[in-house]
Design a binder for this molecule. Structure first.
Ligand SMILES: *Cc1c(COP(=O)(O)O)cnc(C)c1O
Length: 444
């Protein structure tokens, strides 16, 4: 992984993807992505009974880029979508409706109708949404797509509040331990023979695997209880969500899918014995380790004795890292202007701030970080940024979305393919209302 990365950085400079006019790019390691997808498939194949249908639906919000969705589809994955935009991206990537799952806490009536018309699986978030779905299903005995209900097992949160979906008061799903909720859910299924799935996504970065598995166990036991109450196997699939945490501290992939799948086998053996089809919705863990942001150092200055490298990677790209640095620290690697790893001087690494281009003081990717002394023209790489960093652009200062390129470095020479071209200034002007320039002046 590290070797391929070094080759790609060097080649990105040599092939001109990055330079004075394009001071920041995103790079994705295609072999790494394929390996992560294959690892996910293998981990579950190892623990499920032979013949168990398993759909691994990639959480599109983690990398809302059509060529990435297409690559993952090539590796046998589907898509989990949470908005009309994400659904359109999945379809543009050629992912068929039977391999798409729609979740989101705020689906409109039109979105639900579109999903049913297309035959896309939907997980209802709450009783009101379930009623809307019921109205669309009408008197049909079998709905046009598999329909499920999201529950919140309320098993607790992880270390990052904003990403903990299974707390007592989380906004997602039906809070199962609230008074009367379990009884309501059982009744909801007995009254709706077309409701055939349960969904739980316990959490993401910061959640221990044991907590995730405990949440899945709650969903499984509820499914058993419902099927018992109905007297048939009405629930025939469990959607266990995603959320495998990623190690942002080194190149090591830990935990891995195998560890999680084995834990599920020990915690919820009945889930895997072939009676239930499975859906998973992993996002971050499929992409994070395979991406990096590469940015030029524009200036190197010093303030109050603190060296500061002013780069082109800041809050517009690494929004979470800048605003919540303790929850989202990133490794930073230093390269010279030719893209060769930069060695520290005779006095060793120097503690520096790695700043971004945004006009606010807190726009720092790293504070007081020991690195080889950076100079103008050098490059910094933000590692493990393949997930979320290319889809959560923040339009602060009208900074453009950088280009993203996939690379293949498996056969010596590095080849790149465009995933997304850099946004142009013209595009920014157009989407900022240029066509309506006189609108406000004409209002009165
Ligand atoms: C975000 C999300 C996921 C993916 O989470 P990761 O931590 O990226 O694996 C899966 N399912 C749902 C419902 C989500 O909201």
């Amino acid at each position: 992984m590290a070797t391929r990365r070094e080759q790609a950085v060097r080649a990105a400079v040599q092939q001109g993807l990055l330079g004075p006019d394009q001071p920041v790019v995103g790079l994705l390691d295609v072999a790494g992505i394929r390996a992560a997808a294959a690892g996910l498939r293998a981990a579950f194949e190892e623990v499920v009974a032979p013949g168990t249908p398993v759909l691994h639906a990639f959480a599109v919000k983690a990398a809302s880029l059509v060529p990435v969705l297409r690559l993952l589809a090539d590796e046998g994955l589907g898509c989990e979508v949470a908005s009309p935009g994400e659904l359109a991206l999945a379809r543009a990537a050629g992912v068929t409706p039977d391999r798409i799952v729609l979740d989101s806490p705020a689906k409109t009536a039109a979105e639900l109708r579109e999903a049913l018309d297309l035959g896309i699986a939907v997980n209802a978030d709450n009783p009101q949404e379930l009623d809307r779905l019921g109205a669309l299903v009408g008197h049909r005995a079998t709905p046009p797509a598999p329909l499920g209900l999201r529950i919140n097992p309320q098993v607790g949160g992880g270390s990052i509040d904003a990403l903990s979906t299974a707390t007592a008061t989380s906004k997602f799903g039906v809070a199962l331990q609230d008074p009367g909720a379990r009884e309501w859910v059982v009744r909801a299924f007995t009254e709706r023979p077309w409701l055939t799935r349960l969904h739980a996504h316990v959490g993401s970065q910061g959640c221990p695997l044991e907590l995730m598995a405990a949440g899945i166990r709650v969903a499984y036991e509820l499914a058993e209880e419902i099927n018992e109450a109905v007297g048939r196997r009405q629930i025939d699939a469990l959607d266990i969500g995603g959320g495998l945490p990623v190690n942002f501290a080194s190149d090591e992939v830990t935990p891995d899918y195998r560890e999680y799948a084995q834990l599920l086998r020990n915690t919820v053996p009945g889930l895997l014995d072939g009676r239930y089809a499975l859906v998973t919705e992993f996002g971050r863990s499929l992409l994070a380790k395979s991406g990096l942001v590469l940015a030029r150092v524009e200036y190197a200055k010093s303030a109050g004795g603190r060296p500061i490298a002013v780069t082109h990677a800041g809050a517009q790209l690494a929004t979470r890292t800048v605003f919540a640095p303790d929850a989202w620290p990133l490794r930073v690697a230093a390269y010279d202007a030719e893209g060769r790893p930069k060695a520290a001087g005779p006095d060793g690494p120097i503690a520096q701030d790695i700043a971004g281009p945004c006009c606010f003081a807190g726009d720092l990717i790293a504070r007081d970080r020991p690195l080889p002394e950076l100079a103008p023209g050098d490059l910094v790489a933000l590692l493990d940024t393949g997930a979320y960093y290319f889809s959560n652009h923040f339009a602060y200062n009208s900074l453009p979305r950088p280009g993203v390129y996939g690379f293949d470095a498996t056969e010596g020479e590095v080849r790149f393919a465009t995933v997304r071209p850099p946004q142009t200034v013209g595009e920014i002007v157009a989407e900022s209302g240029a066509a309506y320039a006189l609108g406000l002046t004409r209002l009165r």
